[in-house]
Write a protein that binds this ligand. Sequence first.
Ligand code: FEO
Length: 167
Amino acid sequence: MIGNRVEAALNEQIVQEFYASQYYLSMSAHFERTGYPGFAHWMRMQADEEREHALRIFDFVNDRAGRVVLGRIDAPPSEFGSPLEVFQAALAHERKVTALIGELYRLAVEETDYPTQVMLQWFVNEQVQEEKVASDIVDRLRLAGDDKSALLLLETELGQRQGEAGG
Ligand code: FEO
């Protein structure tokens, strides 16, 4: 069994993860449109990963004999700026998700819900990685500045991103 408050918060987090998926997919479309297929690929993989995050919580609520109630997912923006601005927005979004996971964890502690705490530990670790990866890309885009060849190199590199097992 799962408590009502934790169940509601997990359902809300499912929506947040699906929103993140939509957000990155919209960024992927933006990069397709503006001539950056490598960045578009990277964002598409990121969108897939966020969907996996949503399903991870979905499965957990079901496993605990809880009730999954899927909420409304807001439309993401469709206008974005330069590659640097897009990745800065992605980093800001990951920081927001980290804060949400932190609040969820705090609630699970308050409710002495140990299984949820254990499940969320995966997300706590994942957010460290998510922020690091986004932050590294922002740093490299800053360094590249107006250097087109450095930008193309990074573009090619990110275009090689593979799916991650357990995503
Ligand atoms: Fe599901 Fe990128 O955090």
